[in-house]
Design a protein around this ligand. Structure first.
Ligand code: HEC
Ligand code: HEC
Length: 170
């Protein structure tokens, strides 16, 4: 039991760091993998990135995912929550959206990934474009016919379900 837990955490973490390792064994420049984007690059430069940032550890995203899933059934804890927030779920008690509604691969049980607030979380919370990028993907999948969450909703969820004003302009 314990071993399986460690195994899947290792899988998660190794899957994530794959992109970062650059092998400097003397191969020609054009053969070598593209270096990972500089994590300290200016936020504005990063705002233009369309690819998800590979060096954000899955655990950090897991924290935000937990916060966001909780905001579907209890008042959101973002900076300026919608004062008239009400749960977009048909049944916020027995019909909650859960990790496995969207993470359906079954190879990793996402519902077992704990909510841990690391120092990196505090930095990323202030990174508007990073946060908005994540939220857009999540909202899109939430409203998508292809996943199990939509059937649990009263109607379409938008940013303003949880945020008082457009969070990208705040
Ligand atoms: C409404 C759909 C939805 C729900 C519910 C959901 N997720 Fe996600 N999650 C996504 C999408 C889409 C992504 C990929 C986009 C991204 O974050 O880069 C993602 C990404 C992640 C990642 C990052 C994976 C990686 O390789 O970096 C983790 C970890 C994660 N989710 C954990 C959870 C946990 C834990 C829960 C339950 C508390 C949960 N998710 C619930 C849609 C969802
Ligand atoms: C189900 C509720 C919910 C929805 C829908 C939602 N958010 Fe959020 N949002 C949150 C929560 C909760 C946080 C706080 C996460 C944290 O800091 O840990 C947050 C944080 C943010 C932040 C960081 C600043 C802040 O207010 O804390 C931005 C930017 C953001 N969201 C953008 C968006 C955008 C853009 C959309 C629509 C595509 C969206 N959100 C939809 C719940 C939601």
């Amino acid at each position: 039991m314990k071993f399986r837990w460690i195994l899947f955490l290792t899988l998660l973490l190794s899957g994530c760091s794959q992109n970062i390792e650059v092998d400097n064994s003397g191969e020609r420049l054009e053969d070598s993998p593209k270096p990972a984007a500089n994590p300290n690059a200016a936020p504005l430069a990063r705002a233009g990135a369309t690819e998800d940032e590979p060096k954000i550890p899955p655990f950090v995203k897991a924290y935000f995912m937990h916060m966001w899933v909780e905001a579907l059934y209890s008042p959101p804890q973002n900076k300026h929550p919608n004062p008239k927030w009400e749960s977009p779920l048909k049944d916020p008690v027995d019909g909650r959206v859960w990790c496995t509604d969207c993470h359906v691969s079954g190879q990793i049980d996402f519902s077992k990934i704990p909510k841990v607030r690391s120092p990196m979380v505090a930095d990323l919370e202030k990174d508007k474009s990073f946060m908005a990028g994540l939220m857009k993907k999540w909202v899109e999948r939430l409203n998508s016919e292809e996943f199990g969450a939509k059937a649990k909703l009263k109607g379409t969820v938008t940013c303003l379900t949880c945020h008082a004003t457009n969070p990208e302009l705040e």
